[in-house]
Ligand binder design. Structure first.
Ligand code: PAF
Length: 189
């Protein structure tokens, strides 16, 4: 599995695959992967010739006091899981690679301005969906996948991403994948 840390490396590799006529699937993640993520990779592997997973803890979707600093990370384990499930490339950028202004700041956001995000958990996390849309939009522009795979567990996020794809005319199919549960029925998270 290729580990790419820069936008340039991802673009060069995806261009190479495109020249060979291969389709590309994207599985966006924030790392600390579990069986739920593995099921997204499995689906992407089944539906696309090549699969890219992103592993990026995105600061713009966390508000003050929302535990960005204590979010768990284990890149080594993430790579093992991704490779075991047939992922071809993991994009593991630094914060500065994704947000060149530094410190995870940007002046350019993608935001759905109607009431949809405000009615959802955006009520209590006002900048969350703006950060999600911004980073997912950036990932779409970097990887330019044919399909992108998201869990139905985050149903609000899935609805918002589908809306963004429609509104911004992205030619990307959004595939919502079933929830994977613990033995006691709790959704894996
Ligand atoms: O669902 C997640 O893990 C994140 O919100 C996503 C889609 C990877 C964007 O950072």
């Amino acid at each position: 599995m290729i580990i790419a840390k820069t936008v340039k490396e991802v673009r060069e590799q995806v261009n190479e695959w495109r020249k060979q006529g291969l389709t590309v699937g994207l599985v966006p993640t924030m790392g600390y992967l579990h069986e739920g993520h593995a099921s997204l990779v499995d689906r992407a592997v089944a539906e696309c010739d090549k699969v890219v997973a992103s592993d990026f803890l995105n600061p713009t979707q966390f508000g003050p006091g929302e535990d960005l600093e204590s979010y768990p990370r284990d890149f080594e384990h993430d790579c093992e899981l991704l490779e075991a499930h047939g992922c071809d490339m993991v994009f593991y950028p630094s914060v500065d690679e994704m947000y060149p202004d530094g410190n995870g700041k940007t002046d350019t956001y993608v935001e759905i301005l109607d009431d949809m995000p405000k009615q959802l958990c955006g009520k209590t996390r006002p900048i969350h969906f703006r950060g999600v849309c911004t980073v997912v939009s950036k990932l779409f522009n970097i990887v330019v996948p044919d399909k992108a795979f998201f869990g139905q567990k985050d149903a609000q996020q899935l609805a918002i991403i589908k809306r963004m794809v429609r509104d911004l005319s992205y030619g990307i199919e959004i595939v919502g994948c079933p929830i994977i549960r613990e033995e006691d029925g709790l959704a894996k998270s």
